[in-house]
Design a protein around this ligand. Sequence first.
Ligand SMILES: Cc1cc2nc3c(=O)[nH]c(=O)nc-3n(C[C@H](O)[C@H](O)[C@H](O)COP(=O)(O)OP(=O)(O)OC[C@H]3O[C@@H](n4cnc5c(N)ncnc54)[C@H](O)[C@@H]3O)c2cc1C
Length: 495
Amino acid sequence: MTNRIFTLFIVLTLAFANCACGTDAAPDANDSWNVLTRPKFTGEPAQELETDVCVVGAGSGGIAAAIAAARENADVVLVERQKRLGGTSANAFVSNWEGGPGDAIAKELFERMRAQGGAGVAKEFPHPEIQAPMGLKLVDENEPYENSLMRVNPPEGGYRSVVFLPDAFDRAARDMLTETTRVAILDETTFFQAELDDSGRRVRSVLCENAKGETIRIAARVFIDATGDVWLCRALGLETMLGADARGDFGEVGAPEERQLQLNAISRCYLIEPRDNPKREEGSDAPFPRCAYVSGWLDGPRCVNTLAALPGAALIELGYDQCLIESEKIARSHWRWLQSQPGFENYELVAIAPMLGLREGYRVKTKYVLRESDLIEGWENQPHHDMIAVADHPCDLHGEGGRLEEVKTAYGVPYRCLIPEGKLQNILVACRGAGLSKIAAASCRLQRSMIQLGTAAGTAAAWAARHDGVVENIDVEALVDKIDARSNYPHKGER
Ligand SMILES: Cc1cc2nc3c(=O)[nH]c(=O)nc-3n(C[C@H](O)[C@H](O)[C@H](O)COP(=O)(O)OP(=O)(O)OC[C@H]3O[C@@H](n4cnc5c(N)ncnc54)[C@H](O)[C@@H]3O)c2cc1C
């Protein structure tokens, strides 16, 4: 049932979000989000910090990385440009973990959010009265968390999701970080420049700007790029990939012959709550696809995903700031429509997400790039010795060439997907911009997969920081044993 809904979504988004474009991939120079176009800083920073591990970006990957590193006794500085921690989960209001494997940190986050009344396990809720393709996932208090851990061969009645509230995510993550007593959280602080040491083989420090406009230099033994769009790796000039990879790049049958600048569509999510006298949305007249993915509570708050608000290429053509303006108009027209649908009349718009819903951006070329064949072979047949995460989500492409293809069994992600190719020795990448081909990323980008990547990166970074700082020199066998990724998949792909 859910797959049919998604297929409908994809058909709609195909028409709406043709992302192929002929521009070069240079980001808009006047975009406030684009930290790479800032003039080089040459003055004296207001503060100098030194730590074992510096994590840039506090989304799913970054939060898990900081917690895991601190739990391995590393001192950590966590840098985040937004006020609320949680990245896409909490600031793009993608407050929904689709069914699929997660690790101990994900479970702890969930338990803490649920204890605050801010999370639950949800299942598809029938809505025959709504004449539009729509996914509606609502919390069922009787559903155990374990029922949300499989997308392949799910429990009877279909896969379950975890839904949560953005502020609950921020609070739970902050509590977990603070309780380690080792993480300094620098929120409302933006990374903008990286500095190498004299050897040219190590990142020495990063420069960031806080909300007061002060520059902070953070020196660390190991760095983790968890910015989603891999701003740190790009500032370092590391090789990146963008859009569709060519078939020959990773031997992928499902890839186009040539590389294409074809990106998943952009969504703009918003939060609604029930009210006695809800304010009617006047809205704008911006066109939008009449479909939605809604997650939340039957008589409580819900996050609405508009699905394709803008084509993926808009980010490059318009820049982040302009995309925020255009997609807000679309979110408002979308809500004006949805508010008239049965079951939504008593709801009011509470907030539009401060971040765009970006499924895809730059990805880093790493020592190994996860690819289509990994998804097909599955855990049992992948030839890797270093698997640190497990995933089982379908290959979910929105926009031109969009499709939803189930994987047959869970597959693993090697540690090498976190180690950038090139000469730099003390940097890892733990976010959706890690070493995943476009096809693999379309399956592996889920929040609980990013949490697993973060857990592995944080653990490895702490170990490296204790020794020579070289992330390739850690005991990989010990990392694989410690992470025990296979145990995150309750049915081990055999159901
Ligand atoms: C519309 C949509 C629907 C989705 N649906 C689901 C779903 O149902 N279930 C699911 O599990 N996944 C879903 N996903 C995928 C998933 O949400 C993302 O892939 C995942 O959250 C990415 O996590 P991340 O840690 O890689 O990056 P993010 O969560 O984006 O975190 C990156 C962080 O880095 C920060 N940052 C960026 N630049 C800087 C800088 N210069 N300085 C400091 N900080 C910086 C950002 O502010 C952000 O907090 C969806 C995604 C979208 C867009």
